[in-house]
Design a protein around this ligand. Structure first.
Ligand code: GLN
Length: 274
């Protein structure tokens, strides 16, 4: 069979949104070429033997990003492992919001940095230095690799911290931009098997309403945020009202930002005259 035929068959078997795209990424990986090269030059090639085992893993719901060991975020490639949440396009909303409101940020904090996607993107887009904290040592090793690959390692300080522990941020100083994509899924919420069975639950679930981490983090932001600074948090689509209320209770003005699908995705928090 040709590569082109195998792609058609794989897309049908996968029967998921993006099935064809996933199949192309796996095929490009098996051939050791880029996706555009695959589509322009290799559709009539014989199917490489490496393709079938990769497709089998995807058919068993393993996310393509874990199979390839990488994902794209804001136009850059990030290494990912099952110790890190896979960066999602939706989270690019936070980058847009952060760059719009603090284009000249100097010190950035990313709470729950995972692959480092949020922090390292802001560092790569400007001149800021930043701190990324995560409770997972394995995730921090991945973030460190990404910092090096993106050439921002000298400006990225990646630290193992757990924000449920008192004093976790005492020595970090203050920031003019604070980012967070904390866990926010309600425990027991129905998730796609590719998420539920593969991504780290510590990065997804946050109590019965998915709000536990916001309740812990939001009261701690004040001590970390410089006057005139901004905090940008990712939220679940149905959490806009609840997280806005938590932010306003802490004295912030909160503005919603929507993702490309029009869903409330980020909350921008400022204080005073912003
Ligand atoms: N957006 C992710 C999902 O729905 C959740 C990410 C998170 O909890 N921070 O799978």
């Amino acid at each position: 069979m040709t590569v082109g035929g195998a792609l058609r068959e794989a897309a049908e078997r996968l029967a998921v949104e993006w099935g064809r795209f996933d199949a192309e990424l796996l095929m490009a990986h098996a051939l050791g070429v880029s996706r555009s090269d695959l589509l322009l030059r290799h559709l009539r090639d014989p199917v490489p033997t490496a393709f079938a085992p990769l497709l089998q893993r995807r058919l068993a719901h393993e996310p393509v990003a874990y199979i390839l060991g990488e994902a794209e975020f804001y136009g850059r490639r990030f290494r990912v492992t099952p110790d890190t949440l896979i960066p999602r396009g939706d989270s690019e909303t936070l980058i847009e919001a952060a760059l719009a409101i603090r284009p000249d940020a100097r010190r950035v904090l990313d709470c729950g940095t995972g692959t480092g996607a949020l922090l390292l993107t802001v560092l790569a887009e400007g001149e800021a230095e930043g701190v990324g904290v995560d409770a997972s040592k394995a995730a921090l090793l991945v973030a460190q690799e990404n910092a090096q690959a993106l050439g921002v390692a000298e400006r990225a300080h990646l630290l193992r911290r757990d924000w449920t522990q008192a004093g976790w941020a005492d020595d970090l100083g203050t920031f003019d931009l604070i980012l967070a994509n904390p866990p926010y899924v309600e425990e027991g919420a129905p998730l796609d098997p590719s998420v539920r069975d593969h991504e780290p639950h510590s990065a997804l679930f946050s109590g019965p309403e998915g709000l536990d981490d916001y309740r812990i983090l939001l009261p701690q932001i004040d001590a970390l945020l410089e006057d005139g600074g901004a905090a940008v948090f990712e939220i679940g689509t149905r959490q806009a009202d609840a997280v806005t209320a938590l932010a306003e209770a802490e004295g912030y003005s909160a503005t919603l930002r929507r993702d490309l699908a029009g869903r409330a995705r980020a909350l921008v928090m400022t204080r005073g005259l912003n």
